[in-house]
Design a protein around this ligand. Structure first.
Ligand code: PLP
Length: 225
């Protein structure tokens, strides 16, 4: 592991610890997802070797290129928009899908899955209402969650969102608060919902607003070309 990666990991750990103590939470209630898109296999392996147990990727092509050669104790999370025609190829490699955003995707996963292993699923919500943003509209969240909860091949684990990029602290926290309140509306389907929210620029706020998974790329592995 390069020195700089180690230093970055230490700095992020410090910030996570700080946010946790601010919020009166234990460190082990927050899972760090190392996001390695646009970084090659060796960077991902270094992260795994340094103890990061969860790896996030947002493109099927990158997962297919990197996943087969990775070794160690880790789980792969698909965090990006997933096209239905790529579902079959990616399923064998992922343990989590964080970007369930439409019925057709659920149906396609059910069609392609071998049903031997349930896939952990988070419903992605567009909490900022920006047109360009991925995720289902807020008013479809409950319905999609019901569908995932009823699926024989998916396991509903919680909700995911991307905060408004470049938003003010109030706007960003508002999006995270909204995701949290949506999770309180699905306790019958998913009693302890994961909240995947917070990236390099806003993960401390996310932890204070209740994030159980933070997805960190740039601050951990550097900028992407
Ligand atoms: C790239 C990405 C991240 C990580 O973003 P950084 O700002 O680099 O930390 C998190 N979540 C999703 C869905 C992403 O695509």
């Amino acid at each position: 592991m390069s020195e700089s990666l180690k230093q970055r990991l230490e700095r992020i750990e410090e910030q996570i610890n700080q946010a946790c103590s601010h919020a009166g939470r234990k460190r082990n209630t927050v899972r760090l997802i190392g996001v390695t898109k646009n970084h090659d296999h060796s960077v991902v392996q270094s992260l795994i070797d340094s103890g990061v147990r969860d790896i996030g990727e947002n493109r099927v092509q990158e997962i297919l290129a990197k996943a087969p050669a990775l070794h160690g104790d880790f789980e792969l999370h698909m965090i990006g928009h997933l096209q239905t025609n790529k579902v079959a190829a990616v399923l064998p490699h992922i343990k989590w899908i964080q970007s369930i955003d439409r019925l057709r995707l659920i149906e396609r996963i059910e069609y392609c899955s071998n049903k031997e292993r349930r896939l952990n699923a988070l419903v992605e919500v567009n909490t900022s209402g920006e047109k360009s943003k991925s995720g289902c509209p807020v008013d479809q969240c409950r319905q999609l969650c019901e569908r995932v909860a009823a699926s024989p091949v998916l396991q509903l684990k919680g909700l995911m969102t991307i905060g408004p990029l470049g938003g003010s602290e109030n706007e960003v926290r508002g999006a995270f608060k909204l995701l949290r309140s949506l999770s309180e509306n699905i306790t019958d389907l998913c009693p302890r919902a994961e909240l995947s929210m917070g990236m390099s620029s806003d993960f401390s706020w996310a932890i204070e607003e209740g994030a159980t998974m933070i997805r960190i790329g740039t601050a951990l592995v550097g900028g992407r070309s």
